[in-house]
Design a protein around this ligand. Structure first.
Ligand code: 3PG
Ligand code: CO
Length: 554
């Protein structure tokens, strides 16, 4: 229909294949030293792109540029792919939850009313990430949630906590649990029966994504719902302290645990009629556990016992297509008229590919948090199964396989736009291993070279970018001097989280008109401007309400 019609670009032709390649977590950091894996890695192909100053620039990928509350908030793949896919900046979960708590609307909505039904005679369970990272959840929000729930009548509250170490430094779980214990102590002093009931590390318990490994969710179900885990403790602080001492243990991969009373009985199993709230706002890692709670018919693992008449809600609705969960405390951002929908409605064909860990990023997040296709006939989504191991052990991940799939798709001649995400700079960066992350960046660069060579061969065009920083800084630093922080043993402390760094955007390809250059009138641009840019590369003008294109053609 006419309202979807894109105008042909006055200068750039359509009909040439366009590859948009995202090097996930590949930022341009101000610290250009040996702890910057992007800088330390041998990356001749990226270097060549960077050296062409007329066709390469850096854009912001964090904070308000991607809809987060403040410019101290690092970017992440959810908000990054939302921005790159939709061409606009939407207030994101982190901002929306802050606002709903601030105004009190969270406690006035239908979602909270649903949960509240259980407050008389039943328990309220809060399950989620104990963190200040601001990517999936934030401690201040959790605190306001349990305090508010108490003020609105919750008499018995149980917390099921997932330790982070991925969006915040490893080892910080100890402080977070300490803080939570203090705050629950105060709540108990007011007469609320509030306790930590179970937990585990986010990468090992509950927070799987894209069905990479359902056993992760099963461990969570057993600990949170059934009160079963290989380790029991009477205090959560002991649990975290002791479990961190196990070989290879860290916050991300902490073993599941259950808190028991003096008789060894779990203090907070989920019973018929209880309320369960998942307090993370970000969706990818909440979808599977939501299904386990919400779906009567469920076969991903044996739940053993499925509590009846649960009052279940998410902080947000995690999947708008599946309406999952039915009940939620805060309405999610409503992202519409994304680039993918425009393209298929203008007759273009799309190929999207990554490995499991980032597959939903180039599909679901890219499409404004939609789980299906806009037009199955015009879209092909390919998922390469990820390994199931800590990724520093196999830092190439599936970069080569993704490249092969991308090249095959290019050669098929079937697609106008090809979206490729290389997961490894980010996923390996999260392990904190500098050496492995350098290797990840080098393999990506090599594969990128092969991919772009194929684009050139076919007379196509490309845009290479990233969604946020990560691999570009692998140590925690003294903010003033920039020197690495060291632990008591004099060892540099790893930075496992994303960074605030801007990211590269480079355009090129044998099919790109010589006149195409980066504009110089948008010094403050963010990654949402990538969208209009690749729409131009495909031969069209972007919708007028999209963030401005980064390129000019005169
Ligand atoms: C994760 O979920 O792995 C991290 O919290 C954020 O990483 P991502 O935004 O790159 O997926
Ligand atoms: Co990441």
């Amino acid at each position: 229909s006419s309202e979807w019609k894109l105008k042909p670009h006055p200068v750039l032709p359509s009909g040439k294949p366009c590859v948009v390649c995202i090097l996930d977590g590949f930022g341009e950091n101000k610290y250009k030293d040996e702890y910057n894996a992007v800088h330390s890695a041998r990356t001749p192909n990226v270097d060549k792109l960077r050296e062409n100053a007329e066709r390469c620039r850096f854009v912001q990928a964090h904070g308000t540029w991607v809809g987060l509350p403040s410019n101290d908030d690092m970017g992440n793949s959810e908000v990054g792919h939302n921005a790159i896919g939709s061409g606009k900046v939407y207030k994101q979960g982190a901002s929306l939850v802050d606002a709903a708590l601030e105004s009190g609307d969270l406690f006035k909505g239908d979602g909270f009313a649903h949960v509240k039904q259980a407050f008389e005679g039943h328990t309220l369970h809060l399950i989620g990430l104990l963190s200040n990272g601001g990517v999936h959840a934030r401690y201040e929000q959790l605190k306001q949630l349990f305090q508010g729930a108490y003020e609105h009548g919750a008499k018995r509250i149980r917390l099921h906590i997932l330790t982070d170490g991925r969006d915040v430094p490893d080892g910080s779980s100890i402080e977070f649990v300490g803080q939570l214990e203090k705050d629950l102590e105060q709540l108990r002093a007011k007469g609320c029966d509030a306790l930590i009931a179970s937990g585990g590390g986010r990468m090992h318990v509950t927070m799987d994504r894209y069905e990479a490994d359902w056993e992760i969710v099963e461990r969570g179900w057993k600990a949170h719902v059934l009160g079963e885990a290989p380790h029991t403790f009477t205090k959560a602080l002991d649990a975290v302290t002791e479990l961190r001492k196990l070989p290879k243990a860290n916050d991300q991969y902490l073993e599941p645990f259950v808190i028991v009373d003096g008789e060894g009985k779990a203090v907070g199993t989920v019973q018929d009629g209880d309320a369960v709230v998942l307090f993370n706002y970000r969706s990818d890692r909440m979808v599977e556990i939501s299904k386990a709670f919400e779906y009567e018919n469920f076969s991903a693992f044996d739940r053993v016992r499925y509590p009846k008449d649960l009052k279940f809600a998410g902080m947000l609705q995690y999947d708008g297509d599946l309406k999952l969960p039915k009940n939620y405390l805060v309405p999610p951002p409503f992202i519409e008229r994304t680039s993918g929908e425009y393209m298929v409605k203008n007759g273009l064909s799309i190929f999207a590919c990554s490995e499991t860990q980032k597959f939903g990023h180039v599909t679901f997040f890219w499409n404004g948090n939609r789980s299906g296709y806009f037009d199955e006939k015009r879209e092909t989504y390919v998922e390469i199964p990820s390994d199931k191991c800590p990724f520093n052990e196999k830092p190439d991940m599936k970069t080569r396989e993704i490249t092969e799939a991308g090249i095959a798709a290019l050669k098929s001649g079937k697609y106008d736009l090809l979206r490729i995400n290389y997961a490894s700079p980010d996923m390996v960066g999260h392990t904190g291993s500098l050496e492995a992350t350098i290797r990840a960046c080098e393999t990506c660069d090599e594969c990128l070279g092969e991919l772009l060579a194929e684009v050139d061969k076919l007379g196509g065009v490309y845009l290479v970018c990233s969604d946020h920083g990560n691999a570009d800084d692998m140590v925690q630093r003294n903010k003033k001097t920039g020197q690495p922080l060291q632990d008591a043993n004099g060892v540099n402390m790893a930075l496992t989280s994303h960074t605030l760094a801007p990211v590269m955007v480079a355009v090129g390809g044998a099919g790109l008109k010589d006149s195409v250059k980066m504009r110089d009138d948008l010094p403050e641009a963010g990654i949402a401007s990538i969208t209009a840019t690749f729409i131009n590369l495909c031969g069209y003008e972007a919708p007028s309400d999209y963030c401005p294109t980064l390129i000019k053609t005169d």
